[in-house]
Design a protein around this ligand. Structure first.
Ligand SMILES: [Zn+2]
Length: 181
């Protein structure tokens, strides 16, 4: 579960069957994390946090919470925009070129713009809302082509090129952006 804390921003709470007490740590991205016993309610987790606030503040290297909060807010806005755009854009291209996918998922992974599973689920990164439309379309067409080729073979690129003749240029340009929010 995730607690929204006014001081620390998003606090990730992990329930651990073996934990007997509460442990605080910092994630690689500088967020506060708590490990709590299995049946801890969010009410109780909040109370543990309140009781340990001084200690957390003094001892843990948490990233500037205002930056973290700004990022949280940005992520929320991007997610909202993405929800209203990406599934429809995907559907548009799929219909236009006769692709059938199973479902679409919106992600906010730091490393990839999109993915396509063998079961036909296409994931699109909400960070796509921050890049020019032609590059967004390139990623969508790329993932759709994976429905026919689950690799990056010559046949795969041929298919991408059929729908996006400037894909090489788009692919290179996309490298100037990062999918992380
Ligand atoms: Zn690919």
């Amino acid at each position: 579960m995730i607690l929204q804390d006014s001081e620390f921003g998003e606090v990730v709470v992990r329930k651990n069957a073996l934990a007997r007490g509460v442990r605080f740590s910092v994630s690689t991205s500088g967020r506060l994390q708590m490990s709590v016993p299995k049946y801890t309610s969010s009410f109780l987790a909040k109370r543990f946090l309140a009781q340990n606030r001084e200690m957390v503040r003094a001892k843990l290297p948490i990233k500037d919470p205002s930056l973290q909060r700004a990022r949280d807010a940005k992520k929320k806005i991007l997610m909202k925009k993405a929800k209203e755009y990406l599934p429809y854009r995907l559907e548009y291209w799929a219909k236009r070129y006769g692709y059938r996918y199973d479902k679409v998922r919106l992600s906010h992974a730091n490393t990839r713009w999109g993915s396509c599973s063998s079961s036909g689920t296409i994931s699109l990164n909400i960070g796509l809302m921050q890049v020019p439309e032609v590059l967004r379309d390139y990623v969508i067409l790329h993932e759709l082509a994976h429905l026919h080729h689950m690799d990056h073979s010559a046949e795969f690129w041929d298919e991408v090129g059929e729908h996006d003749p400037r894909y090489k240029n788009h692919r290179a340009k996309l490298k100037q952006f990062s999918p992380g929010v």
